[in-house]
Design a protein around this ligand. Structure first.
Ligand code: ATP
Ligand code: MG
Length: 91
């Protein structure tokens, strides 16, 4: 059983079709890279996986007790934060 399933996802921005009938599953222990051309819809797909964007059609099924996290493609960090041993800390 997959941790997460997207089934038959369709997404358009206005008249621009971005995702057409996309299926995606993620199983425990899997590491998946999504590769595609610029503007191909990778971030759109990830936002649907994350749950901040709703598909126009299709189903998103998440196993119980699964938390989805997402690091934004262009993260905006608060002023005064710095990276220390891979962790963000305030000055
Ligand atoms: N909120 C939005 N409103 C309208 N169009 C959008 C919106 N977000 C993305 N798009 C358009 O949808 C298409 C897919 O964008 P998306 O960001 O999903 O692609 P991507 O594969 O992540 O691109 P990149 O490789 O540049 O990160 C692009 O043409 C983009 O301009
Ligand atoms: Mg992107």
């Amino acid at each position: 059983m997959a941790l997460l399933d997207l089934i038959g996802i369709h997404k358009a921005y206005e008249t621009q079709k971005i995702l057409t009938n996309v299926d995606f599953s993620l199983h425990e222990g899997e590491r998946v890279a999504i590769i595609g051309k610029n503007g191909g819809g990778k971030s759109t797909l990830m936002k649907i996986v994350y749950g901040i964007l709703e598909a126009d059609e299709g189903r998103r099924i998440l196993q119980k007790n699964i938390k989805v996290g997402m690091l934004d493609q262009t993260p905006r960090f608060k002023e005064g934060m710095k990276c220390q041993r891979g962790r963000l800390k305030r000055n």
